[in-house]
Write a protein that binds this ligand. Structure first.
Ligand SMILES: Cc1cc2nc3c(=O)[nH]c(=O)nc-3n(C[C@H](O)[C@H](O)[C@H](O)COP(=O)(O)OP(=O)(O)OC[C@H]3O[C@@H](n4cnc5c(N)ncnc54)[C@H](O)[C@@H]3O)c2cc1C
Length: 493
């Protein structure tokens, strides 16, 4: 007799959840149900596919969940994609891996299977790099089509940034995803198809063939409001309609803010905090007690004439070093907020390596979004920002910047000693790289199983014990790919 399939429920069909559900459903011994609160990814027309229109999402015009982060000086607005594909449908498309040291650091924490050599293989397996694959560090068989923007696709401000940095003598690199080439200045790798349309993880992984699998059910507009927990064993989920769905294993991939929120609402979290909200803890774990992000000042500029180009916001990138080989900040201009709006751009400066931890906590009233506190910048932040600001000041004087007719919207003497402090207070923004809210090591084991609870895993940005030195989307895909493989190996399916 054929053994019954194991029922796996994936909560959240975003960046990680789409990849996870697609990979798990390759195993016919698994019966996979993917539950996504938002609509399918074709519900919003071409707006999502056009990289140049990403900033519309950032203004809340596309399907997003708006939240806010408390940051000493004020409140930083934050968005996350709320549709199949999740934040991969509204982000800046930058497709970066981070550095070997990031993942070797995870392995050094005792998290076996997460060192660079292992995760590098997963990055390679996930991509089809149209510029550099196949090669020892790039793949040509994976679901994600990756290439670098071409100069003719880039906006005028982005080209001026790149050219101005070259004028200043900054070394250029062909491939920012090749750690051997760094530090340097390069063009962002992005996940786009042949005509430069965005490819979300739902489009890359949940292809029509995958959706047709009899062991995969995708339910959109399905909000999970709690997990069914019985004697420290998760047995399924409850939807906002009151419907219960039973499963043998639940994997939560609702993103770095909503995953800890759901766990805490379900009685999995810090017992004291849950008690304050009248929730009995099934297990006392530091869920949401840590959160990393890349935050930093975004300096706004205005320039003459049209924006130009067709590419998305993330185009040219400087990964700089202030002390030896340490990569400690990067600066890149992003597009103006609207296609036809004023020609403004943001020179974003953030510390890639940042050890400060914020937090995610339940809101006072049930059903409201989580309360998010930004991570503090490290003690040496001003020194590192000063280094970056000196470089940007030099860029302002370059002939590339001058021929763009570029002026700061809110002038600040970047060379003044007090500039970093002022900029931090006035212009700090989040780059949307929230991570590490249910980290491996304290909340999860190295296979991303929730400690002390049977039948429950997490597999999204929440699991990262430290934030990688780069944008986080590709890392989320890597996590999903690795957890899918681990689950399939453990089930022998
Ligand atoms: C504005 C912005 C720009 C960015 N730009 C870049 C970039 O250029 N490059 C880069 O690498 N990274 C970028 N990032 C970060 C990156 O996109 C994210 O780290 C990554 O996509 C997060 O993936 P995830 O799977 O953890 O969560 P998500 O992709 O957010 O997926 C979570 C999913 O869960 C669903 N969900 C939530 N709650 C529930 C529930 N209760 N029930 C059912 N479903 C639920 C959501 O609708 C969503 O689909 C950006 C982020 C932002 C906000």
């Amino acid at each position: 007799m054929k053994p019954a399939s194991k029922r796996v429920i994936v909560v959240g069909g975003g960046t990680s959840g789409s990849a996870l559900a697609a990979r798990l459903s390759e195993a016919t011994g698994l019966d996979v149900t993917l539950l996504e609160i938002g609509a399918d990814d074709d519900a919003y027309g071409d707006g999502i596919l056009d990289p140049a229109r990403a900033p519309e999402a950032w203004l809340g015009m596309q399907p997003v969940a708006m939240t806010a982060m408390q940051n000493g000086a004020g409140v930083i607005p934050m968005i996350q994609g709320r549709l199949l594909g999740g934040t991969s449908a509204v982000n800046g498309l930058a497709t970066l891996r981070g550095l070997p040291e990031d993942y070797d650091g995870w392995a050094a924490m005792g998290l076996s299977g997460w060192g660079w050599d292992e995760v590098k293989d997963t990055f390679i397996a996930a991509e089809t790099d149209r510029d550099f694959g196949p090669s020892p560090i790039h793949g040509d068989r994976g679901p994600l089509p990756v290439r670098r923007w071409r100069r003719k696709e880039m906006g005028r401000a982005q080209l001026a940034f790149y050219d101005g940095m070259v004028e200043l003598g900054v070394r250029t690199v062909d491939d920012i995803n090749d750690p051997r080439q760094l530090p340097g200045l390069g063009i962002f790798p992005v996940t786009v198809d042949g005509d430069a349309s965005r490819v979300t993880t739902s489009r890359a992984y949940l292809t029509p063939q995958v959706r047709a699998r009899p062991n995969l059910t995708i339910r959109t507009r399905s909000e999970v409001t709690s997990l069914i927990v019985d004697k420290r064993r998760v047995k399924g989920v409850v939807l906002s309609t009151g419907e219960s769905i039973e499963g043998d294993e639940v994997v939560v991939t609702a993103g770095a803010l909503w995953t800890p929120n759901l766990l805490m609402q379900s009685g999995i979290g810090p017992a004291g905090h849950l008690a304050d909200h009248g929730i009995a803890a099934h297990v006392d774990l530091p869920v949401g007690s840590t959160m990393s992000d890349h935050i930093g000042p975004g300096l706004r500029y205005r320039h003459d004439g049209p924006r130009g180009g067709t590419a998305g916001p993330a185009q040219s990138l400087l990964i700089g070093a202030s002390n030896g080989v340490d990569i400690d900040y990067h600066a890149f201009p992003i597009a103006p907020p609207l296609r036809d709006g004023p020609t403004e751009f943001v020179m974003a400066v953030f510390l890639l390596r940042s050890s400060g931890k914020g937090s995610v906590r339940l809101a006072e009233r049930p059903g409201e979004g989580p309360v998010v506190v930004a991570p503090p910048l490290p003690d040496d932040a001003n020194e590192r920002l000063r280094h970056a600001f000196m470089r940007i000041a030099a860029w302002e004087a370059s002939s590339a910047a001058r021929s763009l007719g570029c002026t700061p919207v809110d002038p600040l003497d970047l060379t003044a000693p007090e500039a970093p402090g002022i900029a931090r207070e006035r212009y700090t923004i989040s780059y949307g790289h929230m991570a590490g809210t249910c980290p491996m090591g304290t909340v999860l084991d190295a296979d991303c199983r929730v400690l002390g609870v049977e039948g429950l895993r997490v597999a999204d940005a929440s699991v990262m014990p430290t934030i990688p030195s780069g944008n986080t989307y590709l890392g989320c895909v890597m996590v999903a790919e690795r957890i899918a493989r681990k689950m399939m190996a453990q089930e022998r399916v």
